[in-house]
Design a protein around this ligand. Structure first.
Ligand code: SF4
Length: 359
C-alpha cells in the first residue's frame, strides 16, 4: 500500500535522509529550499546589493548551490549579484572535465563565470606538483593553493563574499578530525557559518545544515547537470577515515551528523582558545600568521626542489632558516647565477605579487 506524503495530496516517493519523513518530490524540494533559505536568513549571511561568488567546481554540492542560490535570490529578492568562480588546479582527466560542466552550468543558470588557474597564479599545475612530490601530501599543496586562489579570484572580481558548497557532512567530518587532532582553534573556525572576516573576503556556507544525501537526491530528482568523478589524486586518508566513521554513525542514527555539528558549535564557544595572530605575508601580501604565508612557503619548497619544506607544522626556526638562506643567496649571487635565482623568485612569489597589484 503506497505511503501518503504529509501534504495529503500525493503519494510519498522518498524517505528524507535527515528526518526519515516520507515525502513526495514537490514537498522535498520545498523543505530543502526553505531550510537553505532559513540558514541564510538566520545566519544573516548576505546584505542586499552584495556581489557574491559561488565557488563552482562542477561537483554536486556547488552545482546544487548555484541552482538554489539563483532560485532563492529570485524567489526572496535577496538583491544579490551572483557570479560563478572556479579554480583550475591543472589536473588532467579530472578538473578539465569538471570545468566543462561548470561552463554548461554557466549557460544553464545564465551567470558570469571566472576561472582562475594554479598555473597562472603559482607557475605550477597540480599534475606538475604531483610529478615532483608524488602522491603524498599533494592535497596539502592543493588545499592551501585553492584557498588562496579563490580569494585572489574573488578580489579580481571585486566580490563582497564567496559562498561554498560545504555541507553538514563536511563540517561534521571536520569537527571529528579537529577533535582527534586536539585542534580547538580550528574547531572554532570550522563550525562558523561565515569565516574570513578578519582581512580576507568573507566565506559563507549556505549548506551548513544540509545533508549530503539530500543534496545528491535534489540534484538527481531535479536532473541537474553535475560532474561526479573523483579526483585522480585523491588519497586524503585521514578525512577518508573520518568520513567512513561518520557514514557508519549515520546509518545507525541519521541525526548523528547534525548532533556532531551542534557539539562542535558548543565546544567552539570556549572563549579562552588562543587564535594565531594574523599579519600579512612579506612576499605576496596575503594574510599570514608567520612571515611567509603557507602558499609562499610551499612554493619556495617546490621551486627549490625541497617540496617537504612547508609540510607539517612549520617551526619558526625552519622558516627563519629559509628566509636567511634566501637573503644570503640574494646577496651572494651575481651575473648568470642571478638569472637562475630570479627563476626561483618569479615562478612563485612574484607572480602572486603581480596578481595582487591588479586588485
Ligand atoms: Fe586537490 Fe586532493 Fe582534492 Fe584532488 S583530492 S582536488 S589533489 S585536494
Amino acid at each position: 500500500m503506497p505511503v501518503r506524503c504529509s501534504c495529503g495530496v500525493r503519494n510519498a516517493t522518498l524517505k528524507r535522509p535527515k528526518t526519515g519523513h516520507a515525502l513526495c518530490k514537490e514537498c522535498f524540494y520545498k523543505v530543502f529550499e526553505e531550510e537553505v533559505h532559513r540558514t541564510v536568513t538566520d545566519g544573516r549571511i548576505f546584505k542586499r546589493g552584495e556581489t557574491v561568488a559561488v565557488a563552482a567546481s562542477g561537483g554536486k554540492d556547488s552545482t546544487v548551490l548555484a541552482h538554489v542560490m539563483k532560485l532563492l535570490n529570485e524567489r526572496y529578492d535577496y538583491g544579490l549579484n551572483l557570479i560563478l568562480l572556479s579554480v583550475d588546479e591543472g589536473i588532467t582527466g579530472y578538473r578539465d572535465d569538471s570545468l566543462e560542466t561548470v561552463r554548461r552550468n554557466q549557460q544553464q543558470y545564465d551567470l558570469p563565470l571566472k576561472i582562475i588557474s594554479y598555473k597562472e597564479l603559482y607557475g605550477w599545475t597540480m599534475d606538475e606538483i604531483v610529478q615532483q612530490i608524488g602522491l603524498k601530501n599533494n592535497c596539502t599543496f592543493c588545499g592551501v593553493f585553492r584557498r588562496q586562489a579563490l580569494d585572489r579570484g574573488a578580489m579580481m572580481l571585486r566580490v563582497d563574499r564567496i559562498v561554498t558548497g560545504h555541507n553538514a557532512d563536511d563540517i561534521a567530518e571536520t569537527v571529528i578530525m579537529n577533535i582527534l587532532r586536539g585542534d580547538i582553534a580550528r574547531l572554532q573556525r570550522c563550525t562558523a557559518i561565515t569565516t574570513g572576516t578578519e582581512g580576507a573576503i568573507p566565506r559563507s556556507k549556505p549548506f551548513k545544515y544540509t545533508y549530503e544525501k539530500e543534496i545528491v537526491m535534489y540534484a538527481y530528482f531535479k536532473k541537474l547537470d553535475y560532474f561526479s568523478t573523483e579526483c585522480v589524486y585523491s588519497p586524503n586518508a585521514y578525512r577518508g577515515h573520518a568520513r567512513t566513521f561518520l557514514k557508519d554513525l549515520e546509518s545507525i542514527r541519521p541525526t548523528a551528523i547534525i548532533d556532531i555539528l551542534h557539539s562542535g558549535e558548543s565546544m567552539a564557544v570556549k572563549s579562552d582558545v588562543k587564535m594565531p595572530t594574523q599579519g600579512t605575508c612579506t612576499r605576496c601580501g596575503y594574510i599570514a600568521s608567520q612571515e611567509l604565508c603557507k602558499a609562499c612557503l610551499l612554493l619556495e619548497g617546490l621551486n627549490r626542489g625541497l617540496p617537504k619544506l612547508g609540510i607539517g607544522k612549520t617551526h619558526k626556526a625552519k622558516l627563519d632558516k629559509v628566509l636567511r638562506d634566501t637573503k644570503q643567496m640574494e646577496d651572494n649571487v651575481e651575473g648568470e647565477s642571478l638569472e637562475s635565482l630570479k627563476h626561483i623568485e618569479t615562478s612563485g612569489g612574484d607572480s602572486l605579487k603581480a596578481v595582487s597589484l591588479d586588485f
